[in-house]
Design a protein around this ligand. Sequence first.
Ligand SMILES: *Cc1c(COP(=O)(O)O)cnc(C)c1O
Length: 538
Amino acid sequence: MIKQSLPKVAYFCMEYGLASNFKIYAGGLGILAGDHIKGSKDMDLPLVAIGIKWKQGYTDQRIDTGGKPYDSYHNYDYPFLEDTKVKVTVMIREIPVICKVWLVDCFGNAPLYLLDTDIPENDDAWITGQLYGWFGEERIAQEIVLGIGGVKALRVLNIDVDVYHFNEGHAVLAATELIKEKMDKQIDFDEALKLTRDEVVFTTHTPIVQGNESHPLSRLEYMGAFNGLTKKQMLDLGGSPFNMTLAALNLSRKANAVAQLHGETANIMWKDVENKSEILAITNAIHKKTWVDERITNAFEKNEDLWNTHMIIKKELIEFVKERNNVTLDANKLLIGFSRRAAPYKRSDLIFRKEEIIDPLLSSGKIQIIFSGKAHPLDDTGKEIVATLVRMSKKYPNSVVFLENYDMTIGKMLTRGSDIWLNNPIRPMEASGTSGMKAAMNGVLNCSTLDGWWPEACLDDINGWQFGDAFTEKDVPDIDQHDGDALYQTLIYRVIPTYYENKDKWVAMMHKSIETTKDQFAVERMLTEYFEKLYIKA
Ligand SMILES: *Cc1c(COP(=O)(O)O)cnc(C)c1O
């Protein structure tokens, strides 16, 4: 890439995972966005990021004495935020809402601006209160702030932008503002739409139909989200109910999915939409400096002993677990890490499906498992899943652990200190996943169904394991039966014997795991692709 001629990108995202104590993120989407900024800084790429300063962030989710998750929210202040003194106004329910603009300045050429409604002038100060909290109206208000407020902030800050990148559909209302600006200059709607499409790109993140947010048109209308567009124009863009992903596909010149398999899934999912933007695939990646332990990288590069280095890091994880949960795991026994949002398709409890098989392995301590993960605060099914994992940790107190309140710190510890990284979503429902990339580059062997990014990396029995053989079937009990049995087969006949009886092979696999992922799933590769395939105009 020739740097001087690169387009200037404005990157919009609802959440950013930058550090554990900066609680403006919930999960994978935010982690990806955070790594996008950090990578842009490292590579000196022209990018400005727009987000929201969440007063309470996402839920703090802990476990009560009865073993059930409960949510709590706390107010956070961040002394490192700089006040830009810029304020912009958006109209919500015909009431002006003032958005104060903060700057996170430590990312050099890739500054992050955060909008905040929690100021005394506003009656509606609550809008930027909780990330993914509450219901439809509140979400729309937040999306007006992010999208419409975000574009207005760029104007007042006097920042030149060539490309607007909507990371997820949350930001799509920004396009109404881009259209409105043009119509205010006497350009008619069709032409304004065409010009706007030409400067917008979009990343879709969910292969699950229900995961694609939609709102009734009438609700968007009274909230003020039409932003000067007519009902007919909004209907044509997003349908009824108004689907944020569909609208973004209609409002962008190019779109991308976040792994190669997800690219196929997304194209099937949206195949009936005419005139939508082309959906490419750009596989997610991670910021290595954040996620990969330097000691293992050094050992790999110097061709030193990976096992001893891994054992040091594994013992640090075991110490961390002892401090948090007062459980002492055994460093000489196989340690499985599993941390994910508790969504049914991710099947956190799949490994417990057949008690007669798993009980002897856990009772004897031949395998140990550390779980973590939050359920969405409004998701009762997800909370049931967490409760099941907690129940298992009580049943097997020496070999099953549940770490409450999953965050970047836990994510870091688990993806570097476990022996294997277990992942068993129902294929093809996982868009990409990045925790497995963190594990792989730390020499923690992936053991996963062939979903998300893993089909691109997996060399079975060489750099990790696959199980389930890319099985897909509509009938859920069948899939669980099939994948659950495949998981047991792989654990019992492949993973466990290698771990206990063939350490040389295990270490060779760790080496391969690092070697085959360290460049392909590093954020530098991903950002180069974003510029070459999405941001730079063909
Ligand atoms: C890496 C990470 C994620 C994303 O990982 P998945 O593979 O999508 O589960 C989510 N949350 C935290 C805290 C992480 O560190």
